[in-house]
Design a protein around this ligand. Structure first.
Ligand code: ACO
Length: 336
């Protein structure tokens, strides 16, 4: 029997803060309306952390759920990568706090690619597992965006929410199971950065700039344009790298920024819009957490199943963006 070393996505978990805030709730303290937000973005609700709830708290809960789902023990984890823009502290990493919370000795670090962070983090984790840094990697996307919102800027503050999602990546030798001609696990990823656009989406502060975290500032129209173009082109490139066609994809789980961006990308790449997972209306834009939150929700909802071919795609400040394709779960031989 032919055996291949594959990086498999074997577990998923998520967490949303209890405080669910509607568009009507926002309209009580800023000049906005449910109609404007819904029409422009598709967002109806978002969740906000409480003052004493931190990114590491949400990340820990999501991580514990993913560990349970994968059927592994925390001490088996070799690498923890946390994608976040809103770490608990400037240093040490939020990943090192989560390492202590879940109790393991994994190599632990944060990465910063804003809303594209989760796709970046999976790409890094996959490379590290392939390069021999271990057998199991916990990848977390967690953000408390509410803590960097400027409530005087109504065009940006209504878009974001808080949450966390986590997955387990495992390196396994699996039989070359090619019933549909497509291997299991991570099939390919394409990630990009173009710093000439760094000021289209940024915070008004930073440690070395003014010793403050700052608030989100965004050129919404330009971000919209770049998002449609770059999410589409990176998905097409990733499909080519994987030698797949758009019709091979069972589901696309995009970064949940704006329903109109998702529809425009589907239209541009010739994707059936029914294959796009959208949790925008209930979650808002949770930055690095949005893909794993949407993934977990749609698995629990019975939409995504093991063996499905999935594409993740995201764009955020930097600009940073990328797409990746994988076959979800473990081959049948693994199931007990
Ligand atoms: N409520 C009511 N009215 C508002 C609000 C609000 N919350 N915000 C802005 N307006 C008003 C504006 O003042 C303006 O009024 P005016 O015509 O009297 O001047 C009008 O609505 C139109 O404003 P625009 O900014 O032109 O609205 P637009 O149609 O561009 O929509 C939006 C703005 C929703 C931000 C859009 O540009 C967008 O979705 N961009 C993508 C940004 C995004 O998703 N970013 C997420 C982070 S990056 C990422 O994750 C991809």
């Amino acid at each position: 029997m032919m055996l291949d070393t594959r990086i498999l996505l074997t577990g998923i978990g998520s967490y949303l803060p209890k405080n669910k805030v509607s568009n009507e709730d926002l309209s009580k303290f800023i000049d906005t309306s449910d109609e404007w937000i819904t029409k422009r973005t598709g967002i109806k609700y978002r969740h906000f952390v409480s003052e004493n709830e931190f990114t590491s708290d949400m990340g820990t809960k999501a991580a514990n759920n993913a560990i349970l789902d994968a059927g592994i023990n925390a001490e088996d984890i070799d690498i923890i990568i946390v994608a976040t823009t809103t770490p608990d502290n400037t240093f040490p990493s939020t990943a090192s706090k989560i390492q202590q919370n879940i109790k393991c000795n994994a190599i632990s670090f944060d990465i910063q690619a804003v809303c594209a962070g989760f796709v970046y983090a999976i790409s890094i984790g996959t490379s590290m597992l392939r390069d021999g840094y271990g057998e199991k990697c916990l990848v977390i996307g967690a953000d408390s965006m509410s803590k960097i919102l400027d409530w005087k800027d109504r065009s940006t503050s209504v878009l974001f929410g808080d949450g966390a999602g986590a997955i387990i990546l495992e390196k396994h030798k699996v039989s070359n199971y090619l019933r549909d001609g497509i291997q299991w696990g991570i099939l390919g990823s394409k990630i990009f950065t173009d710093g000439q656009y760094h000021d289209l989406l940024m915070t008004s502060g930073g440690v070395s700039a003014n010793k403050k975290a700052g608030y989100i500032k965004m050129n919404g129209k330009e971000i919209f344009r770049h998002a449609v173009e770059k999410l589409s082109s990176s998905l097409v490139m990733c499909l080519e790298e994987c030698k797949l066609k758009i019709n091979n994809l069972d589901w696309v789980i995009p970064h949940q920024a704006n329903q109109r961006i998702l529809s425009a990308v589907a239209n541009k790449v010739g994707l059936d819009e029914n294959k796009i997972i959208s949790t925008i209306s209930n979650h808002g834009n949770t930055s690095a957490a949005s893909i794993p939150l949407a993934l977990d929700y749609s698995i629990k909802n019975g939409e995504i199943n093991k063996g499905n071919i999935l594409a993740f795609q995201a764009i955020g400040g930097g600009l940073s963006w990328g797409s990746m394709i994988l076959k979800f779960g473990k081959p049948p031989a693994f199931e007990k």
